[in-house]
Design a protein around this ligand. Structure first.
Ligand code: HEC
Length: 103
């Protein structure tokens, strides 16, 4: 009996280890990676949620913005310095930075 319990406990621990780390939301990533430049417009970075600043950039299309975010753009490092961000996370943080409700 004891042995069976141990096996159950051990396999439970293995499953827990296999889980991928929780995907971060846009706000978490923004605060970690984008805040230092985009909160105050450092180095000409468009300010988060400021639609007037974002309008001409949005006119390029969100796909272009996402591409420039991934590859880096002038003063901005690739992935906005979130080097461990996956594509989904970059999409989420892009949506967060563009949303005027987050002002
Ligand atoms: C080191 C400073 C810096 C960091 C960190 C940074 N950015 Fe930027 N970002 C900039 C600057 C500067 C520009 C404007 C570049 C230009 O137009 O010349 C910019 C432009 C952009 C653009 C517009 C690109 C375009 O095609 O017009 C997007 C989208 C963007 N940043 C998103 C992000 C996101 C999301 C993060 C965090 C994951 C981030 N940035 C982190 C400095 C930064």
């Amino acid at each position: 009996m004891k042995r069976a319990l141990l096996v159950v406990l051990l396999s439970g621990a293995l499953v827990a280890c296999n889980q991928t780390p929780q995907e971060r939301d846009g706000e978490t990533i923004y605060n970690q990676s984008c805040f230092s430049c985009h909160e105050r417009g450092h180095g000409g970075a468009p300010v988060r949620g400021d639609l007037e600043e974002w309008q001409p950039r949005l006119a390029k299309g969100k796909d272009v913005l996402l591409k420039n975010l991934k590859e880096g753009y002038n003063g901005m490092p690739p992935k906005g310095a979130c080097f461990d961000c996956n594509d989904q996370e970059l999409q989420k943080v892009l949506a967060f930075i563009l949303d005027p409700n987050n002002q």
